[in-house]
Design a protein around this ligand. Structure first.
Ligand code: HEC
Length: 396
């Protein structure tokens, strides 16, 4: 019964997380577009920096932006913050339900670092907490005065984190944690900087003072970071379904490339929405980046290069490997503790079933080391090579 309850808790929390993330990213894309499309014209009210006309849902909207504040604060003001907070909170719940609760399967790979489950959880919490701290310090340091230098430093920092995590966690947990750290940075930007600064500005205005422009500048910088990090963070979050992204030798380099690809695609849309010359070059960079990712992902697992043995493989050998390394979980009645039903409906408990899943076995266990999770059943590099050679020799 227990695995079934966990499965549903997992599903429901994921459902919530996806919904809150859609709400957050949706409102963030909307406001970035709105901000960039504001235009000045004569005759706008005092304090208005620009206006935009929009049509949606059967009506027309005339949006105006008061950069500092309207002459009088309206009674009812809508704040946009719960989307960000709920995304982080539901994301943290999902991290706990899936990764912390299943640390042995999802976080720990003894071949990388043999740690107890609580060690993995502490490392995870430490990475998120320390990561935010370092990023926040970087922004507040003299580097933070120059957006380009700060971006370069932030990039180097995140790549170092990706590299470091790949030396303590399973490939899957390492990549997911870079995403979780970026998500934490983005939500903390809202929670610790953007909203508090806006609150201070509103309080100052209520007291009849002029708000400190530094508050607005700082918030703007953080919101620029959130904008450019949105696409990479989504890639990293869904990467855990794609073993060639997280379970191969250069997964941490893939993270570095994704940070660039995501940022340049965002830049394309930012420029377009601002009515600037369209930077078509960004698509060339993105395409080149994706090509690099594909090539890197084919370099093999962390223990074995992609070159498969060329000897003819007997199916009996393959069957023995799969039955001894996979079928304790992937069977109608799994015998592995905590696994109630065959994971993702994949059964590998007969010759026929193994043959039918050949291409999945290739991606999850031969080209990447995604399966067995955390290599709990101790598949050897030779056995992976055997699976690769077998799937290579199958007629296509
Ligand atoms: C300890 C239990 C366990 C063992 C052993 C195991 N798996 Fe899995 N497998 C899982 C779990 C759990 C999932 C679901 C992963 C997820 O939630 O993303 C899974 C998912 C899969 C999937 C489906 C992925 C998808 O979503 O399409 C394939 C294919 C797979 N495993 C192949 C294998 C192969 C091949 C082996 C042996 C080399 C193996 N597994 C060994 C637990 C196991």
């Amino acid at each position: 019964m227990e695995p079934i309850v966990w499965e549903w808790v997992n599903f429901l929390v994921r459902w919530l997380h996806v919904i809150t993330a859609i709400a957050w990213i949706g409102s963030s894309f909307y406001f970035i577009h709105l901000d960039l499309s504001l235009r000045r014209r004569d005759g706008l009210p005092n304090g208005v920096a620009g206006e935009a006309w929009q049509v949606h849902g059967g009506g027309f909207y005339n949006m105006m932006k008061y950069t500092v504040a309207p002459p009088e604060l309206p009674e009812k003001l809508t704040w946009f913050k719960w989307e960000a907070y709920a995304t982080w909170l539901s994301g943290f719940c999902l991290l706990s339900v899936l990764y912390y609760h299943g640390a042995e399967l999802y976080m720990i790979d003894p071949a990388v670092l043999d740690i107890p489950w609580w060690g993995a959880v502490l490392l995870s919490l430490g990475a998120l907490g320390m990561g935010w701290h370092v990023y926040d310090r970087l922004c507040k340091s003299p580097l933070g005065k120059d957006d380009v230098k700060l971006a370069a430093a932030g990039f180097v920092f995140l790549v170092l984190v990706a590299w470091g995590l790949s030396h303590v966690f399973s490939g899957r947990a390492a990549m997911l944690h870079v995403g979780a750290l970026i998500g934490t940075m983005m939500s903390a930007n809202v929670f610790r900087i953007i909203i508090p600064n806006q609150t201070k500005a509103v309080a100052a205005m209520k007291a009849g003072q002029v708000p400190d422009p530094a508050l607005g500048k700082q918030a703007k910088q953080r919101s620029l970071h959130n904008n450019y990090l949105t696409l990479p963070v989504v890639f990293l979050m869904i990467s855990n379904h794609y073993p060639l992204a997280f379970g191969t030798r250069y997964s941490w380099v893939i993270v570095a490339v994704v940070l660039v690809v995501g940022a340049v695609i965002r830049h394309f849309f930012n420029s377009r929405h601002a009515g600037k010359p369209t930077p078509w070059w960004t698509w060339a960079v993105a395409a080149a980046g994706v090509a690099v990712i594909v090539v890197l992902s084919a370099a093999g697992t962390r223990t074995e290069s992609a070159a498969a043995a060329s000897d003819k493989v007997e199916f009996a050998q393959v069957e023995e490997v799969v039955l001894s390394r996979c079928s304790m979980c992937h069977a109608a009645q799994p015998v592995w503790e905590g696994i109630g039903v065959p994971p993702r409906g994949v059964m590998l408990d007969s010759a026929e079933a193994i043959g039918r899943h050949a291409s999945q076995i290739r991606v999850w266990a031969a080209l990447s080391d995604a399966m067995p999770p955390g290599n709990v059943t101790g598949i050897t590099p030779e056995e992976r090579r055997l699976l690769a050679a077998w799937t290579d020799q199958l007629p296509r």
